[in-house]
Design a protein around this ligand. Structure first.
Ligand code: BGC
Length: 847
């Protein structure tokens, strides 16, 4: 057994002596067979400790004496290879023997040489694969010998082709038996040659990528066209392992897809990625194979060429991603909401294969900065991401330094330079700040400081005389559902309003960072800048009363959450926002920039009921619509699958993008109720806000200070809350709907409260004679009625805020409609009967 040596959370440069060696073949361009490397080592005695350190330009699988070393896959992950290359270290003492030993390695193109990006380009980082292996033998007296020479032989084997996007081809007949063990006849192999590689070799800062879990097929489907399709019931990142007797020369093909349309697998969402694995059998009775140098984002697999029966053991989906520790859980009394949250968790897992990506399936899978910026607070609650995002921030910083800009994707593979862009490039500031809030570790800020300040100063130079970021390309409220399909950046909200609002937030984070690190002068500089941008925003985009130009949910959400308004303006803006979301019938109208904030903006201005209506909406586009369509991950677009079951044909319709799942952060803080009020949860506020008909919720979070648990339940006029906080921390607990409005201060331990609920505000139920203006004042009831109007009176505007609404009831309204509309009265009566007067929170109280 070998053991992988743990990673460090900060960069450690390794003392690297081993040369980089390459096969003699020229690998530029076409995908070619993976390279097999081997060398024999003769040992007079087994050392006290032996450490094997391995890195590669490409992806590498190390072997020793016929055994696979470690359980890491897709090593060394994806970094800015020409600047930072990661070497994994394995304790191999137990596997070494006196006499002959063999070290082997298989290296394929991976991210370093393979095709990446939608521009169909290869060789972004290198023209040749390379391997570098350092063996460190330590004696009992502590003396260490480093074996690092270049006497390696190379050849090829079963892996005929391997590409991250396109999949892997393996011919079992060509795999040399025993190639990685002593005694193998390697006379026909070719000596490797030395190659130069410029990067520093570093120890990993992140957990490795591993096989995490296996799924059996949930169904085996015979399609109308006669294909066999495996449905694994869940979209994952990874691959399929097959097992069985595959006759000599029989070709088995596995094609991976996210969706089925009209009963057949649909490859539309993977664009030009082939996502196809091919296995050619050798006739042995029990063959087992899985790819090792590719991965796919998929739920369905079309299997061609399988000759035997498919039984329980034949196929397994192998879930593959960075082995992060899960740290956050939330469940509620609403199954659809629970599935939404599950989908967020899966999209996170599927998009953390080494680097945080936009999606795991199509011809992208890139470290898009905007996506992780929107999602980072959610990510940091769900998993311990100090390692994987800390490592990625090192790549961001080094590329920023070398290139002079923060790339839109890290590591950068785009053919043109990235200009500074809100929500994308400013991840340089907001991500370290988010990680600091979550983990309370100042070193995160210290390491990123130069990258953060450089970014902020670059943008400061671009502001206009009034402090507005008014020029240059911006993604704006990317993928606003009202943007034209072919122009996702063309949303309703002014792009420079979005940019200026984000920069106001980012400059404040920068000033706070300088304060934490005790950089007084910098702090002054950035506070002044933050003030200037805030004033600029207000001058350009707001009215004195508190309207925000664009009058969109995103514009209001930014102004409110980023604290760009004074108190009076803020309340007015919150009220306007509530009416904007009501007008859209509580369907969603925000993109990447506004979605993470809109529910916060509502609940922080006294409109939690509207926030819940937005969250609970099932009509397209909405948070729950994809759940009702069977989504198992978060979609890139609200309508990636349209209500008729077809894939949105815009070309950007991944079914696995975590960005819009950022609403989970609000769910954790509002439904779960937990917010850190000091970095690392040394102090916290626990204030669940029930709503949306929820009657209970349960949250667990493993913080760096220890485990926090929150459970609440309401019903029968009673509330029940149990809170556990770790020793050494304090929490302010606001008991939800407590008749006495108690706020409790607690410290380490478990605390429990049972109490009568506040029922003031509950009055007479609505009837068919209640004026529309009163019905309209209850967001939940009006939302339900809006659905009825949309069904029976499509296109007829019924405005509860119009002056005449005070004098018209539903009964009166029906009187104005000539003739009877089938089912309208019955639906209205049913809605009214089901309604409870008061907010949706009160609804739950009486439930
Ligand atoms: C990606 C996005 C990304 C965007 C920005 C898309 O193709 O999938 O998530 O942020 O491009 O241009």
């Amino acid at each position: 057994m070998t053991a992988q040596i743990a990673f460090e959370r900060h960069p450690v440069t390794l003392d690297w002596h081993a040369p980089f060696i390459s096969p003699v073949t020229d690998y530029s361009g076409e995908t070619t067979p993976a390279t097999y490397f081997r060398r024999d080592i003769y040992l007079e005695r087994v050392p006290h400790q032996a450490v094997l350190r391995v890195t590669a330009v490409g992806v590498v699988e190390p072997w020793l004496n016929g055994e696979r070393v470690g359980d890491e896959v897709l090593a060394p992950g994806w970094t800015s290879y020409r600047n930072r290359l990661i070497a994994s270290s394995h304790d191999i003492t137990a596997v070494l023997r006196v006499g002959a030993n063999t070290i082997g390695a298989v290296v394929a193109d991976g991210w370093a040489l393979g095709r990446l990006g939608w521009e169909n380009k290869t060789n972004h980082f290198a023209d040749r694969r390379a391997l570098s292996v350092q063996l460190e033998l330590t004696d009992a007296d502590g003396s260490t010998e480093v074996l690092s020479d270049d006497s390696w032989a190379t050849s090829t084997g079963g892996t005929l082709a391997a590409s991250i996007y396109d999949g892997e081809h393996f011919d079992a007949r060509l795999e040399p038996v025993g190639w990685a063990a002593p005694g193998f006849d390697a006379d026909a192999w070719t000596p490797a040659e030395i190659t130069e590689w410029p990067a520093e070799v570093q120890a990993p800062m992140s957990e490795p990528i591993r096989r995490i879990e296996e799924l059996a097929p949930a169904a085996v489907i015979r399609t109308p066209a006669g294909s066999t399709v495996l449905d694994f019931g869940q979209e994952i990142s990874g691959w399929v392992r097959l097992r069985g007797l595959i006759p000599d020369g029989t070709v088995v093909t596995l094609r991976h897809a996210e969706w089925m349309t009209d009963g057949e697998v649909d490859f539309e969402t993977i664009r030009t990625a082939k996502a196809t694995d091919v296995y050619i059998g050798n006739g042995a009775i029990d063959q087992q194979w899985e790819p090792r140098f590719t991965f796919h984002g998929f739920r369905y697999v079309q299997v061609d060429g399988w000759v035997g029966a498919i039984n329980d053991d034949t196929f397994r989906a192998v879930v593959v991603h960075t082995d992060m520790r899960r740290t956050g859980w939330l469940t509620t009394s609403n199954p659809l909401l629970n599935r939404l949250h599950e989908n967020v968790v899966w999209s996170m897992r599927d998009n953390f294969v080494g680097v945080p990506t936009d999606c795991p399936q199509r011809d992208e899978r890139l470290g898009w900065t905007g996506d992780i910026n929107a999602f980072a607070p959610t990510a940091a609650f769900l998993h311990d991401v100090r390692g994987v995002l800390g490592s990625w921030l090192q790549d961001l910083a080094v590329e920023q330094q070398v290139k002079g800009f923060v790339p839109w994707v890290v590591p950068d593979v785009l053919s043109s330079a990235s200009s500074p862009t809100a929500l994308w490039s400013d991840v340089a500031v907001s991500l370290p700040w988010t990680l600091y809030q979550q983990y309370g570790d100042q070193k995160i800020l210290g390491r990123a400081y130069s990258s953060m300040t450089t970014f902020v100063r670059t943008v400061a130079e671009r502001l206009d005389d009034h402090g507005v970021w008014s020029t240059g390309f911006q993604y704006g409220d990317w993928l606003d559902p009202d943007a034209p399909d072919d122009n996702p950046a063309g949303g309703k909200t002014d792009r420079h309003l979005v940019a200026t609002a984000y920069f106001a937030k980012v400059t404040r984070e920068m000033a706070d960072t300088a304060a934490v690190l005790g950089r007084r002068e910098d702090e002054d500089e950035f506070r002044n800048l933050a003030q200037r941008v805030r004033h600029g925003f207000r001058r350009e985009y707001t009215t004195q009363a508190g309207r925000v130009t664009s009058e969109t949910a995103t514009a209001y959400a930014l102004a409110i959450v980023f604290d760009l308004l004074d108190d009076e303006q803020r309340q007015h803006a919150g009220d306007r926002l509530a009416s904007v979301v009501a007008k859209s019938g509580y369907t969603i109208s925000t993109g990447f920039a506004g979605t993470p904030l809109v529910t916060d903006a509502l609940s922080s201005t006294g409109h939690s009921d509207h926030a819940y209506l937005l969250l609970m909406q099932e009509r397209c586009p909405s948070f729950l619509y994809p759940v009702t369509m069977g989504a198992t991950t978060i979609w890139e677009r609200w309508d990636s699958i349209r209500p008729d079951g077809t894939i949105n044909p815009s070309g950007m319709t991944s079914l696995n993008h975590y960005a819009l799942g950022a609403v989970a952060d609000w769910m954790h803080r509002t439904i779960g109720g937990l917010t850190a009020t000091a970095p690392g949860y040394r102090r916290m506020r626990i204030a669940p806000v029930p709503g949306g008909g929820l009657t209970s919720a349960s949250l667990q979070h493993d913080t760096v200070s220890g485990r926090v648990e929150v459970e609440w339940e309401i019903g029968d006029g009673q509330g029940h809350v149990v809170v556990t906080v770790p020793d050494g921390t304090t929490a302010e607990v606001v008991l939800p709907l407590d008749a006495e409005h108690r706020i409790e201060q607690v410290s380490g331990g478990t605390h429990e409260w049972s109490y009568p609920l506040d029922t003031t505000g509950e009055t007479e139920p609505f009837t068919m004679d209640t004026p529309l203006s009163q019905l309209g004042a209850d967001a939940a009831v009006w939302s339900a009625l809006t659905d009825v109007f949309a069904k029976h009176l499509p296109g007829v505007p019924i405005d509860a805020t119009a002056p005449e609404a005070a004098g018209i009831s539903l009964n009166a309204m029906l009187g104005y409609i000539p003739g009877e509309i089938d089912g309208l009265r019955a639906d209205l009566e049913q809605t009214i009967a089901a309604s409870m007067k008061g907010s949706s929170a009160k609804e739950a109280v009486s439930a």
